[in-house]
Design a protein around this ligand. Structure first.
Ligand code: G1P
Length: 287
């Protein structure tokens, strides 16, 4: 079955980026000159996904507006002869179908995914967290979809993390059945290092079977008093297989300030118009 839809939760308040996020959704903060959410949507589109479902909250309308048409702006730019930017704006508006649903209360990632239940329907779907940017030759979510196409089972993205960081992630217990492919046996949300079953962390890309909705509906709050997607997975794995894909690519955690700066530098270095200047500047910084 073709995977057509991706759920992207964007209701989070972005408190780690205050005061910038007082009025601007954190997903619209730019990495160079592109709002970070656009990189995530582009990854979905490049992977063949046809519909994006944003799970939004109050003050987040700008995210949908970003993917809408901007006729007044286009007209102004046309009059000024900036046809390149008109093309860029058209490309963004035509990238993909966008729909949205509100998560009225911040009850956790599992709850955010549950909010998309009616828009997803009874079919497998992707979940993509906007705090994780993945730069890869084969789009991150595409690497998971490939495993889903072969197995018809749910798949999570995995990355080995240092012991000092396991408490920040959903961690799996599992075994490697093929190079970079894991069979997940259990999942635990943000364990203490001493209790963690491994150092294989779930990164914000998932392909999920629709059975997850029934599980999330009945799930009690977990860590932090929130409905955790990781807890839902730990139940799903008792009913059906879940695979883990240790994806190939570079991941940037832009929910973290240093990760955001790292992504900014890395993406600037990929730009022909900026690369030399940025490199020269970095080399010139005294240490
Ligand atoms: C969320 C998930 C966690 C996952 C992480 C990946 O946590 O709850 O299981 O490992 O994303 O980035 P958050 O970073 O939103 O606290």
């Amino acid at each position: 079955m073709k995977l057509r839809k991706a759920v992207i939760p964007v209701a989070g308040l972005g408190t780690r980026f205050l005061p910038a996020t007082k009025t601007v959704p954190k997903e619209l903060l730019p990495i160079v000159d592109i709002p970070s959410i656009q990189y995530v949507v582009q990854e979905a589109v490049d992977a063949g996904i046809e519909e994006i479902i944003f799970v939004t909250g109050r003050g987040k309308d700008g995210i949908e507006d970003h993917f809408d048409e901007a006729p007044e702006l286009e007209q102004l730019l046309t009059e000024r002869g900036n046809h390149e930017m008109v093309k860029t704006l058209r490309m963004i508006a035509e990238m993909t179908e966008v729909v949205s649903v509100r998560q009225k209360k911040p009850l956790g990632l599992g709850h955010a995914v549950l909010c998309a239940k009616d828009l997803v329907g009874d079919e497998p779907f992707a979940v993509m967290l906007a705090d994780d940017l993945i730069e890869a030759e084969v789009p991150g979510i595409r690497q998971l979809i490939k495993i889903f196409e072969e197995t018809s089972e749910s798949v999570v993205a995995l990355m080995e993390v240092p012991e000092s960081e396991v408490h920040q992630y959903g961690i799996i217990k599992g075994r490697e059945i093929k190079k970079r492919l894991y069979q997940v046996e259990a999942t635990v949300e943000k364990p203490l290092a001493k209790d963690a079953p491994s150092r294989m962390a779930i990164i914000g890309r998932y392909v999920l079977r629709p059975e997850i909705f029934k599980i999330l509906q009945d799930l009690p709050p977990g860590r932090g008093g929130e409905i955790q997607l990781t807890d839902g997975l730990s139940q799903l794995v008792r009913e059906r297989k879940i695979f883990g894909c240790e994806f190939v690519g570079e991941r940037y955690d832009i929910g973290d300030k240093f990760g955001f700066v790292r992504a900014t530098v890395a993406y600037a270095l990929k730009r022909a118009d900026l690369r030399d200047k940025v490199l020269e500047y970095l080399k010139s910084i005294p240490n």
